[in-house]
Design a protein around this ligand. Structure first.
Ligand SMILES: Cc1cc2nc3c(=O)[nH]c(=O)nc-3n(C[C@H](O)[C@H](O)[C@H](O)COP(=O)(O)OP(=O)(O)OC[C@H]3O[C@@H](n4cnc5c(N)ncnc54)[C@H](O)[C@@H]3O)c2cc1C
Length: 486
């Protein structure tokens, strides 16, 4: 088989690139390891992937790794067309302009603005109406205001700062508007698009410094696709693993798993980050349970997550560096649990993605080195007393019962033993100055040392932006597509 372009990974960004290339007249094959449920109007999408009120747990890659104290953490990643946009929380935020200013020329927020705007339009991002705010989330907005954190609704403004916002969402009629629906559906009838699902990409084949094809396993059977252009969009864990299996990575890492070195690229699988989170939990009161039931009966839906507070720690060096993003989740017999997580958005800790072996069916070895700097620990626990104060405000007191998971003393130690993460891993194939040791991709997102190989996903961020990452990654898809078609 031969095609103009192979897009590896029909995920959040991959579908954007694929659709834009098809619109520009290219013939594109999308290789997606998970199933493709076709266009939305064919009615084959599983309801749990469409239901935006809660997070589904199906279609997961099953990746795991270690917490700061050696516990096993699950690193949820969707193995399905749409990638993580098919199972995420649907909160859309852009982060802070300064984080983009540190990217190579052409990646500032001003340069990205057209891409961000197109991503917002295509994924139908909007702020829910005031009537759609459920009682716990409404009380959170009021509680923040009573502590001086005012309503700003600026999660899409890269110049925004401290404040509390109703989350913009990519949800249409209660459905999670993933990038397969938003981008692939309009071009599904085009002869330029072919989606091969259940297609696990092993490696990219390079000859004489140029891409010549992609080696895959389709339902376990080998398939080689010839092409001059490959766009890697397999995500922060998938893209570095494919680069490494292709012989593109740190020479010592490659030799240790028996892979021949094609290009010695020290940065592949490095500068990998994730945002650590403290999940503080409280019982709900009978009053909250009653009001949630009444809301669900009135509106016909009950979103679990709707608001985000942006806060600045005392050493933030930026307008904000922390999210507090409350949600409710079902507990026993019609009751709810109130979860008030604190997330550190721009940690200083960096980790890695490596190969366990050269088998494409083996999971990569993911080590985020969470909380490996003292400053990350201090910044993560700084708002624990603030959350205690918050749940005792007039607005929340009647809704929030006893603490079920909360550091009563030694919060630093508690953080090491109980932290989780915010599901926003980045890095592993970072953009940067080609002269920098850990740069993998130049300003046009081209992998250094190979012609015809481009990256378009969350692995391009050499540092995690202080955002939830779905919108930035969708915009990356738009931006890279412009570079390829322009
Ligand atoms: C549970 C959860 C909740 C989240 N909530 C939010 C939120 O509310 N707001 C927000 O902004 N962000 C959220 N995120 C993060 C956000 O969704 C991700 O950062 C973003 O979607 C990543 O996009 P990507 O294109 O880099 O990778 P993905 O969307 O993961 O796409 C990668 C695709 O490549 C495929 N793939 C991987 N390896 C291979 C291979 N070898 N061969 C073939 N295909 C392969 C995968 O199956 C997948 O479809 C959440 C993430 C999770 C997991």
């Amino acid at each position: 088989m031969r095609t103009d372009v192979v897009v590896v990974g029909g995920g959040t960004a991959g579908n954007v690139v694929a659709a834009r290339l098809v619109e520009a007249g290219a013939s594109v094959v999308v290789c997606e390891a998970g199933p493709d449920y076709g266009a939305l109007d064919e009615g084959r999408w599983p309801s749990e992937l469409l239901d935006a009120t809660t997070l589904p747990t199906s279609h997961d890659w099953g990746f795991t790794g270690e917490s700061a104290d050696g516990r096993t953490l699950e690193f949820d990643r969707a193995k399905v067309i749409g990638g993580c946009s098919s199972h995420n929380g649907s909160t859309m935020s852009i982060g802070w302009s300064g984080d983009y200013a540190s990217l190579p020329p052409g990646w500032s927020v001003d340069a990205l603005r057209p891409a961000v705007d197109r991503a917002i339009e295509r994924t139908r991002v909007h702020v829910p109406g005031e009537d759609d705010i459920q009682p716990f989330q409404r009380a959170f907005l009021d509680a923040c205001a009573s502590l001086g954190v005012m309503r700003t609704d600026d999660l899409l403004d890269p110049k925004g700062g401290v404040g509390v916002s109703l989350s913009p969402v990519n949800v249409v009629d209660g459905k999670r508007w993933n990038t397969a629906i938003a981008y692939l559906d309009p071009v599904r009838q085009s002869s330029g698009l072919r989606v091969i699902d259940r297609c696990l990409v092993d490696r990219v084949e390079c000859v004489g410094g140029r891409v010549v094809g992609v080696h895959t396993l389709v339902d376990g059977r080998p398939l080689r696709i010839g092409t001059d252009l490959v766009v890697l969009a397999a995500g922060t864990y998938g893209t570095p693993a494919i680069l490494l299996r292709s012989g593109l990575g740190p020479a010592s890492d490659l030799r240790s798993v028996g892979v021949d070195v094609v290009v010695d690229l020290a940065g592949v699988g490095r500068l990998v980050q994730d945002q650590p989170v403290l999940r503080l939990e409280f019982a709900s009161t009978a009053l909250l349970d009653r009001e949630l039931a009444a809301f669900a009966a009135w509106r016909g839906f009950l979103p679990e997550e709707q608001t985000v507070a942006k806060l600045a720690s005392s050493t933030a060096n930026a307008p904000f560096d922390t999210h507090v993003f409350p949600w409710i989740e079902p507990a026993e017999e019609g009751t709810w649990r109130c979860v008030v997580p604190i997330g550190l958005l721009r940690p200083d800790s960096f980790g890695s993605v490596r190969l366990a072996d050269s088998d494409p069916t083996s999971a990569p070895v993911i080590d985020h080195r969470y909380l490996s700097t003292a400053s990350d620990v201090e910044r993560l626990v700084e708002f624990v007393p603030w959350v205690r104060e918050l749940v005792h405000t007039d607005a929340l007191r009647g809704y929030v019962g006893p603490a079920q998971r909360f550091p009563e003393d030694e919060p630093q130690r508690w953080a090491m033993r109980h932290h989780v993460h915010y599901w926003h891993p980045t890095g592993g194939a970072g953009l940067g100055d080609p002269d920098d040791e850990f740069t993998v991709c130049d300003a046009r997102a081209r992998v250094l040392g190979v012609e015809g190989l481009v990256v378009a996903d969350a692995s391009l961020f050499p540092r995690v932006p202080r955002a939830t990452t779905a919108l930035p990654v969708t915009a990356i898809g738009e931006h890279v597509a412009t570079k390829l078609t322009g």
